[in-house]
Design a protein around this ligand. Structure first.
Ligand SMILES: C[S@@+](CC[C@H](N)C(=O)[O-])C[C@H]1O[C@@H](n2cnc3c(N)ncnc32)[C@H](O)[C@@H]1O
Length: 247
């Protein structure tokens, strides 16, 4: 059974006070995966592309350990480059939410279009253990962000890709297909509401699945692109505030 540090536990209950898109079940899966990484000795910082007001970013910032940090990349006030209008970064709202929920945490921000994050960025930011991809939702931007994530991940690092299989955001699924078709090496672990989790090898995917199965109800394993298995973690009301059951 996974236990969270008190600030993480508080935020899991109070995350609705931050505007954004993250279900309770999925925030539990993310907090659990980061705790599992710590238990397994996977060390590294976190990063999110597409921060909006910080709903998920704050969770990442609360889950990193001493010596690690969380980097947030967003267009922020360059919204004229937000081609698919997926959310709207707001640095002021983000700062207020951070102060309220995660004062004193180790965070950095970069105002940039993720399409402009090149090799220099990847070399400087290598060794991440958790990367959330939730920026532009087009095919081109999704594939670009997956390549960036693959470049900066440490061994055993995890990627959370938002809005997989959403009809309104079909560019995400198209971008993932393009990434795999062009040789992307990440391996799927599981799908929780709205997010696909991937990691750096088949062995790590098996390890994370076994660990997740100790705390989460897992639906029947499914096939996924050319992979034999991805676990499905359905929405579970036990993860809603006041109902922490199994965790
Ligand atoms: C769906 S929102 C992110 C939601 C957020 N992860 C949360 O937890 O609520 C998408 C964000 O991506 C940003 N964005 C869109 N296109 C981008 C791009 N090409 N590069 C960087 N950020 C981008 C937007 O400004 C917006 O803040």
């Amino acid at each position: 059974m996974i236990t969270y540090a008190p600030p993480v536990r508080r935020y899991l209950i109070d995350q609705d006070s931050v505007e954004g898109w993250l279900s309770y079940t999925t925030s539990h899966v993310i907090a659990s995966l980061m705790k599992i990484q710590t238990n397994l000795g996977v060390i590294g910082s976190a990063m999110e592309i597409g921060v909006h007001h910080g709903r998920l970013f704050i969770l990442l910032a609360l889950c990193v350990n001493e010596g690690e940090d969380a980097l947030g990349v967003d267009l922020f006030d360059m919204q004229d480059q937000n081609v698919d209008q997926s959310g709207k970064g707001d640095f002021g709202a983000l700062q207020r939410n951070l102060e309220r929920h995660a004062g004193g945490v180790n965070v950095r921000f970069l105002k940039s279009n993720s399409l402009n994050l090149g090799g220099e960025f990847c070399r400087a930011e290598m060794g991440k253990r958790f990367v959330s991809i939730d920026g532009g939702h087009t095919r081109a931007i999704t594939a670009n962000d997956l390549w960036i994530a693959q470049s900066v991940l440490c061994d055993g690092g995890i990627v959370a890709l938002d809005d997989i299989y959403r009809v309104e955001w079909s560019g995400v699924t198209a971008g993932l297909a393009q990434y795999f078709a062009r040789g992307g090496a990440l391996v799927p672990i599981a799908i929780a509401p709205n997010k696909l989790f991937l990691t750096t090898s088949v062995q790590w995917a098996d390890t994370y699945r076994k660990e997740l199965q100790k705390s989460f109800i897992v639906g029947s394993p499914q096939e996924f692109f050319e992979f034999d298995r991805v676990d499905i973690i359905p929405m579970n009301s036990e993860h809603e505030p006041g109902k922490f059951g199994k965790i």
